[in-house]
Each structure stands twice: as C-alpha cells, then as structure tokens.
Design a protein around this ligand. Structure first.
Ligand SMILES: [Zn+2]
Length: 323
C-alpha cells in the first residue's frame, strides 16, 4: 500500500506515540565515565580543552565517583597521570602507582561501582609512546611483558575489568596468560580491539599528559581508511581471549561498530573520544549548536549503530537528562 493509505507521519504525531515505537533507547546503565587520576591531595584541575573534565587526586576522585554512581552510571574507566615518567614506564606497573591506589580507594569507598582500568604505557613513558622504543621504532614483543604486568597490578589492586588500549600485537594473549597464571582468571578483558590513529584524540593528550615527544601512533593504531582490517583485529583479540570488543573513536566509525555488532556474538563497546566531546561542547558554547540535543543525538547514533556500552565524557550530563 502506498499514499494516501500509508502515512508514516501517523506514528510521529505526538511524543507518546513516538516513544512507543522508538527503536533505540538510551539509559545511564549503558554508560561508562572516563576519569583521570593524578598524585596529590585535594586536586581537581580542569582540563582546558575538555570543559567540565578534571584531573583528580584520589581523595577527590572518590567523591566524584560517588556522584557518578548516584546518577545510575554503573562504572568508570581510569587513566593515570603518574608522579614520574621514565623509559620503562615503571609507574604503570607499580603496585603503589596512582591508578592502583585509586582502584583500591574506589573499591573500598564506593562499593558496587565497576572499576575499569585503561592499560597502556603512553601515560608513563618519558617519550609518551605506547610501548618501549628503540631508535624511532615502537617495539612490540618487548612491550607485551610490561603491559601484562600493568594489567596484573591493576587486577591485584581490585580492578573489575582491564582494558588494553595500546594496540600492540599479541597484548590480549600476554595479559590473559599472566592474569590466569596469578589467579585472576575471572578478570575480564575489555579490548580496544579496533582503535584508529585519530585526530579526535587531541584533547585527551592534554588530559592524560601523554602526547608523544616524537613521531606518532600510526605504526600501531589503525588507518582510518580501513574496515576489513578491523575484522582481522577483532578475530585476533577474540582468539587471544578478549571478553568485550571496543571501537574507538565512535562517531566517525559507526559503520565499523555496526559491522562488528552484526558479525560477532560479543558485547560491543564504543568510545566517544575527547575530540568528539570537545567539538560538540565548543560549538554549544559558541551558540552554534544546541548542545543537550546534539549530545543525545550523538549518543543515540552510537547505540543505533550497535554499541551495547558507550564510554563517554557526556555520561553525567546525559544521565541527568535521562532521569
Ligand atoms: Zn597508548
């Protein structure tokens, strides 16, 4: 049947009908909120390129996570800004490092909150690279041990999930093996399986103080032009023991999220990264976009593409609008 018998507008006539036939829904329990933890006490330092986001010392972080949980957001992902950086990223796998201390405090002070830790070396290496470096090469196999040691120290501190973001080949297997050997066979791995070498990470590098001193990340992160390669990356991570698959960034890669959702029977996470957050926030501040509306539209788009879980700096603002 066609017009005039068929009129799609009938189901758009009022909000009650629109709500009834809505295909995709957003809920705070689909969000994970990224947070940056730094040394010190009483620190809440705003990240200038990410308004409303801060570097927190552990004591202030605990308060912040309480308020995150109160909004119905089930979990957070932690990034660390260590006291010192060196060639071997020793603070990354120090059992008394800033992330490890934060995990212990959160598990003690905010029961029930899901604590995910980002596992990479770039916040901890003096040169800001994701692995050990020789000349201008980022070494793969030599970096795996340090990544696995980092994941293990997070698990020992009480992390509920570890999330390797480094994009070294074989890291999921190295982490799974070391966790299992030490009795952490029940700690899931959320793998940044498909992570593109993206310009949208710009503001994050200020937040995590992890900009590379030379070169870039194109020798390990994926070329934005490639989709089939994403399938190969996911195949490998599943084989190596990944429990949840992540695509990063989210907005410019909705086709990749959909492709992975359709092909793999695993939970899919998408990371709406700092640049996606900051671009919308800046346009909102200038009055060029309606920020609450475009924020919600960006999130529903990521869900519609197939993400089960969204890591987003909008988690708190969106949860407030949803309550
Ligand atoms: Zn990194």
């Amino acid at each position: 049947m066609t017009f005039p018998a068929t009129r799609p507008r009938r189901l758009r006539m009022n909000e009650v009908i629109r709500t009834m036939v809505r295909e995709t829904r957003l809920s705070p329990d689909q969000f994970i909120y990224p947070l940056f933890v730094c040394p010190g006490e009483g620190v809440k330092k705003e990240i200038s390129s990410m308004p409303g986001n801060y570097q927190w010392s552990v004591d202030r972080l605990v308060e912040e996570v309480r308020s995150v949980k109160a909004l119905g957001i089930p979990g957070i992902i932690l990034f660390g800004i260590p006291e010192k950086k060196d060639d071997r990223a020793t603070s990354a796998y120090d059992d008394y490092g800033v992330v490890q201390e934060a995990v212990r405090a959160l598990k003690r002070e905010v029961p029930g909150v899901l604590v995910i830790t980002d596992v990479c070396l770039c916040e901890y290496t003096a040169n800001g690279h994701c692995g050990l470096v020789k000349g201008d090469e980022i070494l793969n196999d030599e970096s795996l041990e340090l990544l696995a040691m980092s994941a293990l120290s997070h698990a020992k501190a009480g992390a509920d999930i570890v999330a390797p973001s480094d994009m070294m080949d074989g890291r999921v297997k190295a982490i799974r093996t070391l966790l299992d050997k030490n009795g952490y066979q029940n700690t899931p791995i959320l793998s940044y399986a498909v992570k593109y070498a993206s310009g949208y990470y710009g503001p994050f590098r200020e937040a995590a103080e992890s900009a590379p001193a030379f070169g870039d990340r194109r020798s390990h992160q994926m070329d934005p032009a490639n989709a089939l390669e994403a399938l190969r990356e996911v195949d490998l991570d599943i084989e190596e023991g990944a429990d949840i698959l992540m695509v990063k960034p989210a907005g410019p890669y909705l086709d990749i999220i959909r492709m992975i959702r359709d092909r793999y029977p695993y939970p899919v996470a998408a990371y709406q990264v700092s640049g996606e957050f900051s671009a919308l926030t800046a346009a909102g501040k200038l009055g060029w976009l309606d920020l609450p509306r475009t924020m919600m539209e960006s999130l529903i788009g990521i869900r519609r593409a197939g993400a089960d879980i969204i890591l987003t700096y909008f988690a708190k603002d969106a949860a407030k609008l949803l309550s």
